[in-house]
Design a protein around this ligand. Structure first.
Ligand SMILES: C[S@@+](CC[C@H](N)C(=O)[O-])C[C@H]1O[C@@H](n2cnc3c(N)ncnc32)[C@H](O)[C@@H]1O
Length: 210
């Protein structure tokens, strides 16, 4: 069963080099060309792709880069994406840590982190996508005045992430401990749908690069 899934995932990824860059293809011209476009937007940990696809449709003027290291999640995203005929989205199947050096400085208008893994143990905190080393990368990637938006169900991760922010140069726009999901520049993710059904409060911050 597992093998069948892998074969299916590998096949759809292989068949769509115009929609997905694999970790072996990070030097591809498709990626270079996409990153040279204006209005770049980044989502890290895009999961099964609902947010990326909704936002790329909603904002056709954006060029949306989605990064997801899990191959099956990426394959599921692709399955949804192939019928959409969107030209303003490119998915990348790798750990974002491998990608940072390829991403141009001060070119991204927005960065989205949605329901990032909480990494609860202290020794794992450095892997959190809101950890200070990541915030430093986001400051480098964002244009002046560019936005970083983070949503989570996890109280501990949210509390710690607000602390990490204090030590950064970001300017706080919103901190919401019970986000109603009605912000215009946003879309619901797979995890968000699940947590909202369970009536778990969604926490969200939006900050701006100075
Ligand atoms: C909890 S899931 C949330 C998925 C989706 N954003 C949502 O809200 O439904 C977190 C996702 O982030 C991905 N992820 C975690 N760390 C990552 C990294 N360093 N680079 C790329 N993807 C990462 C995981 O593979 C996973 O699919």
């Amino acid at each position: 069963m597992r093998l069948r899934h892998r074969v299916w995932g590998d096949k759809i990824i292989e068949e769509h080099p115009e929609l997905v860059i694999t970790r072996e293809q990070l030097d591809s011209q498709i990626l270079t060309d996409f990153l040279a476009k204006d209005n770049l937007v980044l989502e890290i940990g895009s999961g099964k792709g609902d947010f990326a696809i909704q936002m790329a449709k909603k904002y056709p003027e954006w060029n949306f880069v989605g990064v997801e290291m899990n191959e099956m999640a990426l394959a599921i995203t692709l399955k949804k994406l192939v019928n959409e005929e969107l030209k303003n989205i490119l998915m990348i199947n790798c750990d974002v840590n491998r990608l940072f050096e390829l991403l141009p400085s001060h070119r991204f208008e927005r960065i989205f982190l949605n329901f990032s893994d909480p990494w609860p143990k202290k020794r794992q905190h450095k892997r959190r996508l809101t950890y200070p080393t990541f915030l430093t990368q986001y400051e480098r990637l964002l244009v002046k005045g560019g936005y970083l938006a983070f949503k989570t169900d996890n109280d501990e991760l949210f509390k710690d992430s607000c602390e990490y922010l204090k030590a950064s140069n970001f300017e706080t726009i919103t901190i919401d401990y019970n986000y109603d999901g009605h912000e215009i520049v946003d879309a619901q993710t797979e995890y968000e749908t699940k947590f909202r059904k369970q009536q778990i409060k969604i926490k969200r911050f939006v900050v701006r690069s100075k």
